[in-house]
Design a protein around this ligand. Structure first.
Ligand SMILES: C[S@@+](CC[C@H](N)C(=O)[O-])C[C@H]1O[C@@H](n2cnc3c(N)ncnc32)[C@H](O)[C@@H]1O
Length: 264
């Protein structure tokens, strides 16, 4: 058991680290931020490539399937929520979609825009999607993002709201057979808020607010298939869960496909 002095030390540390984070927010909001050079952002692209590469065959297979499944009018649009540095952009563009990416990290978005100047990018967190009109994009796609936020139900509802036809959400560890979600929170360490990590990944480190806790940090969640189904049934959207049982190109991943089918 923790002694009361340990508890007090923990609380003081928490207050101090939140104060440090708030100071960072003020710093990042300064209008005099320096520009990022291509050389400075290169390591970020590599970090995103490594994440993307773990599930590359799934992205490729899924995007090809989306292109087949979705009745495509010329100029069909896709919004990739939490696009990182937009490693999926070439596949969507190759399938004839107009690609738009959105991410809470301004460094990721800055680099994505340099790589794909013909595409549009929004530097928005998923909780800020309220400024996007209903049914703005034919398809909304998101991968490995819900696992790291503390408001998955809001995020899913928002992504469904702004999609016209379909939402595809890829869970990199798959949905579990457990009865309940496993939601694990890790407070940010000094390295996250002060050091190289913050510099590279941008102000998402300070902007990330999870609703469930006032502490800054990140989640590592695994969602229960059963509980997710209950939530989706309540939303009254038609949906399917795609995984290796029905798709050859999938391994441990699951994909939630919400069908809105709003085609005029
Ligand atoms: C694990 S990476 C996945 C990147 C990419 N989607 C992929 O599958 O390779 C998580 C991404 O989610 C973004 N992210 C985290 N929280 C977010 C939020 N609240 N709103 C939007 N993007 C967020 C991060 O900046 C990061 O780009």
């Amino acid at each position: 058991m923790r002694s009361s002095s340990q508890n007090l030390t923990g609380r003081i540390k928490g207050v101090l680290s939140n104060a440090a984070v708030d100071a960072r927010v003020r710093f990042w909001r300064s209008p005099h931020q320096p520009q990022w050079s291509d050389r400075e952002l290169k390591p970020l692209d590599y970090r995103y490539w490594r994440m993307h590469n773990l599930h590359r065959s799934v992205h490729t297979g899924l995007i090809a399937e989306i292109a087949q499944q979705e009745p495509k009018s010329p100029g069909a649009t896709v919004l990739e929520v939490a696009c990182g540095t937009a490693w999926n952009a070439p596949s969507f563009i190759g399938q004839g979609f107009k690609y738009c990416g959105c991410d809470i990290s301004e460094t990721a978005v800055s680099l994505a825009l340099r790589k794909f100047p013909e595409c549009a990018f929004l530097n928005l967190g998923v909780r800020d999607l309220g400024i996007v009109r209903d049914a703005s994009f034919d398809v909304v796609y998101s991968s490995s993002m819900l696992e790291h936020v503390g408001f998955h139900e809001l995020a899913i509802s928002e992504m469904a709201r702004i999609a016209r036809r379909s939402v595809y959400i890829l869970f990199f560890e798959g949905l579990s057979e457990d009865d309940d979600h496993s939601l694990k929170f890790f407070p940010f360490s000094g390295d996250h808020v002060n050091g190289k990590e913050k510099d590279l990944f941008g102000r998402k480190i300070v902007l990330q607010e999870h609703m469930r806790t006032s502490e800054r940090g990140y989640y590592w969640n695994r969602y229960s298939r059963r509980k997710m189904s209950t939530f989706l049934n309540d939303l009254q959207y038609d949906y399917e869960v795609m995984d290796h049982a029905t798709r050859e190109y999938m391994k441990c991943e699951s994909v939630l496909h919400i069908r809105k089918g709003l085609v005029e």
